[in-house]
Design a binder for this molecule. Structure first.
Ligand code: G4F
Length: 313
């Protein structure tokens, strides 16, 4: 589903998934979602739609709440209305199955490490708060209406297609630029933050497994390993024979009003119930992204996405 008029993402989407039918709808517009569900009559709905760049959620907190939080309610309502599920009619076989992209950002200031499905939430950004609402409303529709609605609590998942504003891609693009002589420095924020980074392809596989279980349940998806941004930078520069300390410059524009210091998944439930294991490790992922950006920049000197520079706080 795409929104807006002449949405520039459509041509990019076409390039990657040419044979997929695209329909229109907007998470801010309840009627458009009902129409989309009526038109498509889907077996499964995956809601990955969100304002997903955490710093932007401080700049546009209300919009983030509307899209990332309330958008989930609107999508659930569209499914409920089109399927005719209500107090007088419980869903049966063949009901529309719903996947909500919950986020490890909900754990925020973590209460325990590693984090599992029972770890309490303490979100640290308007984005995290909105995702927490989306998580609970999905659970509530499951409990209230018996809908097949699941949340995947996904930790950071990356690939060469990651937007240039996120730290892994910013680093892989930065390293490629410097290696090719197109730049000399890379400006970064907090190097001490730790994340559990995995490969997006592995995580997409987990989403489908969750939706195809017999019973709807929530799952934590992550690798169970944690690395700092500093380690990411060191590895990425090292992979092309460069020393990160010669190029990385700290820039307060990239630090956040409130940080999530440490994330590390406990994916035991996914392993045991879904049989899910990540196949790509951190080192392989970083090498894959740097190599991909070296190829991209060698071809055209231009990435698909321009780097993102936030305003000063
Ligand atoms: O790559 P990030 O921007 O991802 P973040 O904030 O962890 O969120 C991502 O993962 C979540 C899943 O846990 C998703 F829900 C969310 O939508 C998104 O996909 O930042 C990672 C870390 C942060 O601690 C940040 O402070 O990297 C640190 N960092 C340090 N310097 C930087 C930079 N992040 C960015 N984007 N740019 C920097 O220059």
């Amino acid at each position: 589903m795409v929104r807006g008029q002449a949405n520039p993402h459509v041509s990019r989407l076409r390039k990657h998934v040419g044979d997929v039918q695209i329909t229109t709808g907007d998470l801010l517009d309840q009627g458009s979602l009902i129409s989309a569900v009526e038109r498509v009559q889907p077996d499964e709905v995956y809601n990955l739609g969100a304002i997903s760049y955490v710093p932007m959620s401080w700049q546009q907190a209300e919009l983030t709440a509307e899209v990332t939080g309330m958008g989930v309610l609107r999508m659930l309502e569209a499914i409920r209305v089109v399927s005719g599920v209500g107090q007088s009619r419980t869903p049966g076989a063949g009901q529309i199955r719903f996947y909500q992209a919950s986020s490890s950002e909900m754990f925020g200031m973590v209460r325990e490490t590693p984090q599992n499905e029972k770890t309490p939430f303490h979100p640290r950004s308007p984005y995290g708060v909105a995702k927490t609402y989306g998580h609970y409303i999905t659970q509530n529709y499951r409990e209230s209406y018996g809908m097949f609605a699941v949340s995947g609590i996904l930790f950071n998942h990356e690939s060469p297609r990651r937007g240039a504003e996120f730290v892994t891609r910013k680093v892989s693009l930065g390293v490629a630029r410097i290696k090719l002589g197109l730049a000399t420095e890379l400006r970064m924020g907090n190097l001490e933050a730790r994340r559990d980074w995995g490969y997006a392809g592995d995580y997409a596989r987990a989403m489908r497994l969750m939706v195809n279980q017999e019973r709807p349940e929530d799952y934590v998806i992550g690798t169970g390993r944690t690395q700092s941004v500093r380690e990411l930078v060191e590895l990425a520069f090292g992979s092309v024979g460069l020393n990160w300390q010669d190029h990385v410059v700290l820039d307060s524009r990239y630090t956040r009003p409130a940080e999530v210091d440490l994330l590390c998944a406990d994916p035991k439930k996914a392993r045991e119930q879904l049989g899910w294991e990540p196949e790509v490790g951190f080192e392989e992922l970083v090498a894959m992204m740097v190599e991909s950006d070296l190829r991209l920049l060698s071809r055209s000197n231009r990435p698909e996405d321009e780097p993102f520079s936030p305003d000063h706080w």
